[in-house]
Structures are given as C-alpha cells and as structure tokens.
Design a protein around this ligand. Structure first.
Ligand code: AMP
Length: 411
C-alpha cells in the first residue's frame, strides 16, 4: 500500500475528519439495514481508543429537489451510532455555518459529531440559500462537482482527514478529494484499506488461474472492465443480459432479448481480442414477457424470435462450472440472469455455489447486484471478500485510479 493508512498517523487529541459511507437504506425515517454503520465502526472505534475528536461526513440518498432533504437527514444515523459508542455522539443539522463550527469547537476527545448530509451542498450555496434550476432541480452541486471552496472550508475544520468511504472513492467530490487536497495529512481508513488490499490481491497479484465472471444488464457499462480483464485474467466468463449483444455479434437469433445495437461492433472486437479466453453462454432460459413465470431452456444459442432470454441455460451452467472449478482466484461482477425472479435465478445461484465450493481459492465479488444476489441466496460468508462499492470496485477492475484514494497522502 503506497497510501498512508490509519496506523501511520498520530491522531491523539486531534480533530479528525472522516468521510464514511452512511448511505444506509431508510424507510419512514428508520434505518432498515445498519451494515454500513457496522462497516465504518472499526475506524471510528480506533479513533476513539486513540483519543481523537471525531467529525464524520457522509452523503445519504440523492438530493435532487428541495423536498429530498427531509427524508435524507442523517440524524437517525447518529442515533444508531450512539448504540455503538460509549462516548457521546452529537448531530449537527448543518453541513456548514456558525452552529456547526461551534459544535466542532466544543467537541471533546473520543466524542463524535455527525455532520449533516454532504449532498445538502448540492442544493445550498455557501450562505445556505437554496439554488435550483428552472425545473426545481438542485443546481448548486458544490459537493458532487467538488467545489474547491467547499473542500477548503470543510478541510479547515480538522487536522487530519481519513477516507473510509469506498463506495464513493471512484468519484471526486468535495467531501473526499476536496478535503484531502486541502489538509496537511490524510490516510485511508480500515475499510478502504481492506477493500484495496483484497482487490489488488485479486487483480495485481493473483494466484492463477484467475477466472473473471462478468454479468448484468449492459455491455456498455462494462466494456472497459472486460477489456482490462482480457489482459489480466486467464478466463473471462460473460453472462446476464449483456451476453445477447455478443450472440448478436456472432449472428445468432436473439428474439426480444436485451440488445445494445450500437455495441454489436464492440462485442465483435471483444470476441476477436478474447479468442478462447472469452467464455460465452451456450444456451439460455427464454420466455415471452419480462415476468416471473417458468421459461424454456433453448437448444442452443438461438432464442425464439418472439421470446427473450432471462437466464443462462443448463448447458451454460455446466460449462461455467467447469471453468470456475479450476480457479485459484475468482473476480465476479454482475448476475447471470434476472436473479430477482425466482424462475431466472438458477444461473446466478449455480455460480455462487461453484465459487463457494472452491477449496483454497481467493474469491472476490465486486459489489453491486452480484453482491446483493450472493447475500440474498445465503452465500455471504462463502466468499473471501464482498466489496462494499459497486462503482468503485468496477473502476478498480477496469484498472483505473480511484480519485478518492489518489488524493490521500503517500506513505
Ligand atoms: P448490472 O447493474 O449491470 O450488474 O445489472 C444487473 C441487472 O441485470 C439485474 O437487475 C438483472 O435483473 C439484470 N439482468 C441480468 N440478466 C438479464 C437478462 N438476461 N435480461 C434482462 N436483464 C437481466
């Protein structure tokens, strides 16, 4: 790790600004899953044990219009956090201004202050005036466009910055890149450190064979991912809706299956580059409508003209299992079919099972829907690592830098 980590920094008595990912699911003002709070706790506890004054920044939900603010207030998160913390957890209703500044000045060692949703700065200007366009959409965009004044302002609250929000590390926002660029010393927190270690072990220094599995809806989202994996992995398995654009490129009938017409040439190019590294499904489960009703296994790659393929078929499951079972490293992103439907979850479950049964393999799921699927089907503890950041892990697998990590001080 070239970046400073928490243990490289002396935090005693210092005001430590921490970007965490408290973007928890909420229903009627109540947190329905506190996993992200649990995930951030190691870092926060370490800071408490080492007598820091802890100031937490996070976004919650999207702030598109003014009325989004009420439901995306971070107060319930600070109440939840109090259940973990022996020292007081304070909440600031503000993400800027004199009240917040006073709360920070009053903070004692080990105490925590949760700052209001950083995305409120997408709708408020620096004087907390609401800025919207003609349609009423948030137009200040100071957090999401990394307004240099905002990053500087937030950085002025503290002595040290810790980035522990992996989920937003692929974006340059004021609350990660902005603060990091305007503060003397910064480091990554335990969660980000673990994510980076796991993903780099899989991608930069894998035990071979490295088998990559890419699925999900669209090729367009994952072209660069597949390109990079074709350079690094020993086999690249393609499943999910995106497989049909490849079928089309090979001249098969795909019926009403998902197709990205403008990506057929890209698929042709990937097939040429991939040669026998690329493993495509050889059959599908097809049906007439996008509904959770029983489908039919196709005989081969052709889908009936009036039907759509919603999962990989039985022969593909066997083919994929035979490839995966030799793997010493597996990287997986994207489900094999419409796993949300009971009739089209078999391909995704089969992949989970095969990976779960591997002995001595290093297995990583790159967040997003495949992580949700693995957890839903009961495989949560069967992978070496399930990433907490879909977009960030995809960016990593693409071989690109993560701005939120790049901005952190080097060792
Ligand atoms: P992504 O976000 O790109 O990983 O895509 C995940 C979504 O792709 C899930 O909601 C799946 O239901 C969907 N998906 C997977 N396979 C198919 C398919 N054959 N047809 C339509 N949607 C699919």
């Amino acid at each position: 790790m070239t970046k400073k980590t928490l243990k490289d920094i002396n935090v005693k008595g210092k005001k430590v600004l921490v970007r965490v990912d408290f973007n928890v699911p909420m229903k009627n003002g109540k947190i329905t899953d506190n996993n992200r709070i649990v995930g951030a706790w190691d870092t926060i506890k370490y800071l408490q044990d080492n007598d820091a004054k802890i100031i937490l920044f996070s976004h919650l939900g999207k702030i598109k219009v003014e009325s989004d603010m009420e439901k995306n207030c971070l107060m319930p998160v600070s109440e939840e956090l109090q259940k973990f913390s022996k020292a007081p957890v304070h909440f600031s209703h503000y993400m800027q201004g004199p009240v917040l500044e006073q709360q920070i000045a009053d903070l004692k060692e080990k105490e925590i202050l949760v700052v209001q949703n950083t995305r409120f700065a997408d709708i408020f200007d620096k004087d907390s005036k609401v800025i919207v366009d003609a349609k009423g959409n948030a137009a200040a965009k100071r957090e999401s466009k990394n307004d240099p004044e905002l990053g500087k302002y937030w950085a002025s609250f503290g002595d040290v910055f810790v980035n522990d929000a992996f989920g937003t590390a692929h974006r340059a926002h004021a609350s990660n890149v902005g603060i990091a660029s305007n503060i003397k010393e910064s480091c990554v927190g335990f969660l980000v450190e673990k994510e980076l270690n796991m993903l780099s072990k899989a991608m930069n220094n894998p035990k071979r064979p490295l088998v990559a599995i890419v699925g999900g809806a669209k090729v367009s989202d994952k072209i660069n991912v597949i390109e990079n994996l074709l350079k690094i992995a020993d086999k690249v398995i393609i499943g999910g809706g995106m497989a049909f654009t490849f079928y089309k490129a090979m001249g098969f009938e795909i019926g009403k299956s998902l197709l990205e017409e403008d990506k057929v040439d890209v698929a042709k190019d990937l097939i040429k580059k991939g040669q026998d590294k690329l493993v495509l499904p050889i059959d599908a489960v097809e049906t007439t409508d996008f509904k959770d009703v029983k489908g039919d296994n196709t005989k081969d790659r052709n889908v009936s003209p009036n039907k759509m393929g919603l999962d990989i078929g039985q022969k593909s499951i066997e083919l994929f299992n035979n490839v995966i079972k030799n793997a010493k490293t597996v990287v997986w992103n994207g489900p094999m079919g419409v796993f949300e439907f009971e009739n089209y979850n078999k391909g995704t479950i089969a992949v989970c099972e095969t990976i779960a049964n591997l002995k001595d393999a290093f297995t990583v799921i790159g967040g997003g829907d495949s992580a949700a699927a693995a957890i839903k089907f009961g495989f949560k503890d069967k992978f070496t690592h399930i990433s907490t950041g879909g977009g960030a892990s995809l960016t990593f697998i693409e071989g690109k830098a993560l701005p939120g990590v790049d901005a952190i001080s080097n060792k």
